[in-house]
Design a protein around this ligand. Structure first.
Ligand code: NAD
Length: 470
């Protein structure tokens, strides 16, 4: 079991020449990490490649036990991990935040360990027998983002290890220490070189990882822009890809809802992790009949939710993780204000204050073509668009290049299902938004990516299908 200062001792670079990781609430330096050189990255990949055959030769039952032991290790140091995550990412300890994220790592590891992988008998008749098996790919290169840095890394690590691959993991630059700590904890129980973290800066290490001829598969979660670079880089070795990219999820509220009943779920669908969630509700379309009441109820909920430094137990919303993201949100809200949209709540950040705090912001009566609606804001600023015609609003929801998630809000399930069937998104939630389950496949349509994570689908995605015929 580690304390948070032990964890930091394990992962910080003592030379003082590393890159400082900053607390986004205070601007203070938490510690530094030293980015790897490309040569060091290649050495790491070599080590993972050498370790892979022995890992693959373990029985599936043994690998499942290792996943449980890694979950045990995380559980034992859960509070220390949550504290470091809260300091570096900014998300509060409480609420659906840092402790929740560390708990999610444990839950995903255990669920991945428990998923059964049946041999698929495709044909078994007078023409012969054909079975589908799933073999290890080799080394999986994993590249994770800064919004849910530990949990998303686990989403990549857990299925890869279960299927007999070893993993080389590149954390996002601004949340490197959290991921190095998570890996250090897991490596107290995993065999050597089965899981290696490769800190980097500016895309060099990530790019070299994707281009390595010894990496058979890349699991990438991040922006669509970087996802496109990875597609190009993967061409050299026909490297397999799972891409979980950007999102700009629409929520459609039908006129038959009770606004007071849905307000809290709407709020958390949009503002979980202070809006820095790929599949958060990022544009809310509300029918004219109930528009004003939905805005009022949502405002009541939003105004009461405390934001502040993550280590303060009272808070459930935190700062934006980095200044670049603060600037994106600020610019989009300023453009919306200039367009004549109505600020119902927030929209007035203190730009000179310490920390990257952007207030909870609701923007009503906004043109559906405004940048705050059509660009991914990835922060606590929700545009609420008025609509009257269902066909029009479905058209607007489907009009963007993104297609990660969407939601329909109505007490009439069959009506909601009809709308859901017309939405182009990897997941459509009914009367909620953004909830994930380790056994339910998750992934994007259109430029939100390709491939699916979680459950049996997710396991198959980090394996090579092999037909045994005869
Ligand atoms: P990002 O694309 O900037 O970075 C993601 C990772 O890619 C980081 O580790 C980064 O260092 C690395 N990287 C940068 N350039 C690279 C290159 N050329 N080659 C290889 N790797 C490179 O994303 P971000 O800002 O960390 O995360 C926010 C974005 O991630 C948002 O768009 C969000 O919607 C998306 N996201 C998607 C999902 C999903 O499941 N679909 C989940 C979380 C976040």
């Amino acid at each position: 079991m580690f304390t948070s200062s032990h964890l930091l001792d394990l992962v910080v670079d003592e030379t003082g020449r590393g890159i400082a990781s900053l607390d986004p609430a205070t601007g203070e330096t938490i510690g530094s990490f030293r980015p790897m050189t490309v040569a060091e990255l290649h050495e790491s990949v070599d080590r993972a490649a050498q370790a892979q055959p022995a890992w693959a030769s373990l029985s599936d039952a043994e690998r499942r036990r290792f996943l449980h032991r890694a979950a045990d290790a995380i559980e034992e140091s859960a509070e220390a991990l949550a504290e470091l995550l809260s300091r570096e990412q900014g998300k509060p300890l409480n609420g659906p935040n840092a402790r929740f994220e560390v708990g999610g790592c444990v839950a995903w590891l255990r669920a991945t360990a428990e998923t059964e992988i049946p041999v698929e008998v495709i044909v078994d008749d007078e023409t012969g027998r054909a079975e589908m098996h799933y073999r290890p790919l080799g080394v999986v290169g994993a590249i994770s983002p800064w919004n849910w840095p530990m949990m998303i890394s686990i989403w990549q690590i857990a299925p890869s290890l279960r299927m007999g691959n070893t993993v080389v993991l590149k954390p996002a630059e601004t949340t490197t220490l959290s991921v190095l700590a998570l890996v250090a904890v897991m490596n107290t129980v995993l065999p050597e070189d089965v899981l290696i973290a490769v800190p980097g800066s500016g895309g060099t290490v990530g790019d070299a990882l994707v281009r390595s001829p010894k990496v058979s598969k890349v699991m990438f979660t991040g922006s669509t822009a970087v996802g496109k670079k990875i597609i190009e880089a993967s061409a050299a070795n026909v490297t397999r890809l799972t891409l979980e990219l950007g999102g700009n999820d629409a929520g459609i509220v039908l006129p038959d809802v009770d606004p007071a009943v849905i307000a809290e779920d709407l709020f958390w669908g949009a503002f979980i992790n202070t809006g820095q969630t790929c599949a958060a509700l990022k544009r809310l379309y509300v029918h004219d009949d109930i528009y004003d009441r939905v805005v009022d109820e949502l405002t009541k909920v939003a105004a009461a939710v405390p934001m502040g430094r993550g280590l303060d137990e009272a808070n459930v919303l935190g700062p934006l993780q980095n200044r670049a993201q603060f600037t994106i949100v600020d610019e989009l809200v300023e453009a919306a204000k200039a367009s004549g949209a109505r600020v119902v709540l927030g929209g007035d950040p203190d730009r000179d204050a310490v920390g990257n705090f952007y207030p909870t912001t609701l923007i009503a009566d906004i043109d559906p073509r405004e940048r705050l609606v059509v660009e991914e804001q990835f922060g606590p600023a929700l545009p609420i668009i008025r609509y009257t015609d269902l066909d029009d609003v479905i058209g607007l929801a489907n009009a963007l290049e993104y297609g990660l998630g969407a939601s329909v809000w109505s007490p009439d399930r069959s009506r909601a299902l009809e709308v859901a069937a017309r939405l182009t998104a990897g997941t459509v939630w009914i009367n909620s938004h953004g909830g994930l389950h380790p056994l339910v496949p998750f992934g994007g349509a259109k430029q939100s990516g390709y491939g699916r994570e979680f459950g049996l689908e997710g396991l198959k995605a980090v394996a090579e299908p092999q037909v045994i015929s005869g």
